[in-house]
Design a binder for this molecule. Sequence first.
Ligand SMILES: C[S@@+](CC[C@H](N)C(=O)[O-])C[C@H]1O[C@@H](n2cnc3c(N)ncnc32)[C@H](O)[C@@H]1O
Ligand SMILES: [Zn+2]
Ligand SMILES: [Zn+2]
Ligand SMILES: [Zn+2]
Ligand SMILES: [Zn+2]
Ligand SMILES: [Zn+2]
Ligand SMILES: [Zn+2]
Length: 513
Amino acid sequence: MAAPREWLGAVEEEGNSGLQGSSGVEVVFPSDPATPAPVCPHGPTLLFVKVNQGKEESRRFYACSACRDRKDCNFFQWEDEKLSEARLAAREAHNRRCQPPLSRTQCAERYLKFIELPLAERRFCQRCQQLLLPDDWEKHREHWVVGNISAGQLGRPSQLLRPLENKKTNAQYLFAERTCHFLVDLLPALGLTRVLCVGTPRLHELIRLKASGDEKSNIKSLLLDIDFRYSQFYMEDSFCRYNMFNHHFFDGKAALEVCRTFLQEDKGEGVIMVTDPPFGGLVEPLAVTFKKLIAMWKEGQSQDSSHKELPVFWIFPYFFESRIRQFFPSFCMLDYQVDYDNHALYKHGKTGRKQSPVRIFTNIPPSKIILPSEEGYRFCPLCQRYVSLENQHCEHCNSCTSKDGRKWNHCFLCKKCVKPSWIHCSLCGHCALPDHSCGAPKDGCFICGELDHKRSTCPQITASKKVIRAVRKQKQRKSKKTKMETVKEQSMNHTSVTRKKKRRERAHQYLCS
Ligand SMILES: C[S@@+](CC[C@H](N)C(=O)[O-])C[C@H]1O[C@@H](n2cnc3c(N)ncnc32)[C@H](O)[C@@H]1O
Ligand SMILES: [Zn+2]
Ligand SMILES: [Zn+2]
Ligand SMILES: [Zn+2]
Ligand SMILES: [Zn+2]
Ligand SMILES: [Zn+2]
Ligand SMILES: [Zn+2]
């Protein structure tokens, strides 16, 4: 996902207005893209706009969709910038140079050769993260090479490969066994036979292991992931190198067709998409991509099943709930706490603030998803869903209200349940942390500073007449109550660096305190 914070530097270096008050970078999806976005090594770039509090939108620019760190991809181009033929040619050459050294077909051929080798000749170079054929040995002689790579190891590449823990781009946090088994075990009960794994390599391999093991599960899986190292372990029909922030298949049409065929098999029956994107990712580009995958599945549906939805598990931290529901209103958040192997803080079994904040968002009715009682989950008959132990049903809200696994308390003044650490502040008129600064400006509109709307719907914005029309329409349409809800929703529509930073800080505080 794109590089908000890093790109701010670039924007400023280019002599644009400095930061004043709150500022940030948003992704823009032009409704009628007249010109296709320029391409970086990670496929089409995204269009961004820098927004400053008290100012109108500034100049828009293209940046990489996948890398948040300029060190990983330093693509930058102003929207209205004209590039010389020479620069365009240099960019093309650069894009080609950045692709993996072996093609997808070459990787598949090497894999077939590798599995034919006797155990003693099956080697893996830790340094290069590569399976070696005898012809490669000499080149890796001085590297840390492990031998005797068993069929079991080949079947679990996520254990053999070093997780890419670069937080800004890959954030390759792998499911703990507990979570992975929980997900796999859910599938048969839900009548699912195919899983499109988008950024879930460990789930993919466990499904395949089960399919080839004694239990003879007949569940199939296709992995879409940006990590090209996985190409070494799978044939073309079970792994496609893919960028989930721009729906880009690195191996072109052939790979796209693999995905389409997989989704549309059996008239689209029995398939689910499970995705666990890097948490720093912007929600909107992800939502746009997932809608494209859903549309691909829908193309294969008959007329009479046009009302059906592709089942989805979107794994993401709970504080993105309103943002995700903005794009997928039918999704609900399960209480199940997703656990990771290589993330020290996201661990199940911790209490208080140390619990994992990662949840499953799904359009499958939550009553059908049984959460393990041995881990403390119970069924709430009133909510018709499984909830965590501490999540108590509030009779005033008529719901099990806790989002973070702790017991929340009902505030009669706010008329809702709030976190246990919050108290009602009579000065602010709502609940907040005891040490909050009263009356401190909340995240308001970047342009006029008002709190009741965001930049995208600011009546003062002159650049976008469309937005003004939308605001007017809204004013006409909404009653006071629904208007309040809309404002809240809009506030989530405003992804800014400041806000994202705050959110990260909040997540950090949440996990550390
Ligand atoms: C948070 S990890 C999820 C891994 C999952 N928990 C598992 O154990 O299977 C994010 C995954 O998304 C992949 N990824 C990161 N950026 C991506 C992108 N732009 N497009 C597709 N996949 C991406 C990473 O390689 C990684 O496998
Ligand atoms: Zn890039
Ligand atoms: Zn090597
Ligand atoms: Zn309940
Ligand atoms: Zn309540
Ligand atoms: Zn209150
Ligand atoms: Zn206050």
